[in-house]
Design a protein around this ligand. Sequence first.
Ligand SMILES: Cc1cc2nc3c(=O)[nH]c(=O)nc-3n(C[C@H](O)[C@H](O)[C@H](O)COP(=O)(O)OP(=O)(O)OC[C@H]3O[C@@H](n4cnc5c(N)ncnc54)[C@H](O)[C@@H]3O)c2cc1C
Length: 434
Amino acid sequence: MTSSRNGYDVVVVGGGHNGLVAAAYLARAGLTTLVLERLARPGGAELASPLPGAVVADLELDVPPGRAHAPLPDLANDLVRAVAPTLLQPLPLERDVRAQVDPDTWRDFVTTPLGVTLESRYADDAERGLVAAAALDGMFASVHDESLVANRGLLYRLLAEGTGGTDGVADVLARSAAGAGAEILTSAGVSAIRGDDDGAEVSWHDGMSQHTVSARHVLSNVAPWVLQILLGGDEDPATKPEGAQLRVDLRVDRLPALRSGADPEAAFADGLVVGSGYAELQAAYDDAAAGRVPSVLPGRVRGRGDTITYLASHTPARLFEADPPGAKDLAVASALTTLDRYLAEPIRDRVVQLEARTPQDVEHDLAMPGGHRFHGDLEWPWAPNRARLDTPAQQWGVQTDLGSVLVCGAGSRRGGAVAGLGGHSAAHAVLASR
Ligand SMILES: Cc1cc2nc3c(=O)[nH]c(=O)nc-3n(C[C@H](O)[C@H](O)[C@H](O)COP(=O)(O)OP(=O)(O)OC[C@H]3O[C@@H](n4cnc5c(N)ncnc54)[C@H](O)[C@@H]3O)c2cc1C
């Protein structure tokens, strides 16, 4: 299928939830907008976290209320209070956020590896583990990592609380964007973007033939690493993100009974955090870093009716390189054994069907490089004090080296871990530049 015009105000490359958020905002503002999605349906990767309430309201989305995250102990409240109101605004400067935060909080959560902070603040392994597991969700890192990526993970996890609207949101967003006049083409894999600061051409293939359209603005919902290739760069293995999640989907004849005696429907709906004591997390990290599938696989397990999904951490793509089927079988076995520790009956007795996806499988299905669910490492949700903030794209943290091409997905500065922020930021940068 081809587009209705040869030129658009905006072409969005990729119809993940962020691309759809951007398209909905821009079409509502009256811009001619085309979304090109490689797969047969829009929506991208699964989205379990709620969209910010303001996005739901702005786009008049009819979505059910969000599922709450498992509660964490009180942490860094002043930091969260300082950052939360800025998320739907241009980036604040680091020094302006810092000025609102207690110096001890800043030191412990922004400049000291999270592991050091957890060990000094909590004596209890389970409490430390609860926070560490939330911080590391979706990443392969240690809480002691000097890059502070776990600190950033924790901050985004805390920022994602208290927002609304969740499952099935991709369809609602697609309807919202299309209802406002955006064109959404599926089975349209973009192969090249050529442009300068004032505009760009986007080429895609629909399985039958090649098409090209021009655009004043191109918004990239694909990962920055993929965008570089679409812009004519090389596939650079050294900078390729590495995802860390094994996903196991189980169909069961019924939800298994729990060792705690809790009602399985309620407990699986809330989600179980398994294998995630602090020492267990570190052991799993050490195993995986040494190239071994961890024997206890930390994970989040949700279930409803006859389905259970296990999202395991510390299963980086590198584990599945040498022997993909063998390592996958080993990791699935480890996940099921870990889950069994919480059950009153073996999960294998309940399983009717099992499907597992490694980071490589996610990459294959969704073109997320390395299967990395955040499209790359998370960045702080503020601009460095000396950052250049001359253009709206820089002010919103969505810039690339080309003025006409912006990032609108998880790979934008604040796009990774709070749903919809990448799309919201890019759309506002486009609107501010007009
Ligand atoms: C295993 C796993 C677990 C997850 N768990 C959670 C969770 O618990 N909570 C949560 O909120 N989110 C979760 N997610 C979602 C994820 O974390 C991201 O935040 C989210 O998918 C990013 O959305 P996006 O719109 O930026 O990008 P994506 O969802 O990656 O969308 C990008 C889109 O671009 C398309 N595309 C790629 N290449 C091209 C091309 N060349 N041409 C055209 N289209 C292209 C893709 O098909 C895709 O539709 C999970 C994802 C995975 C894989």
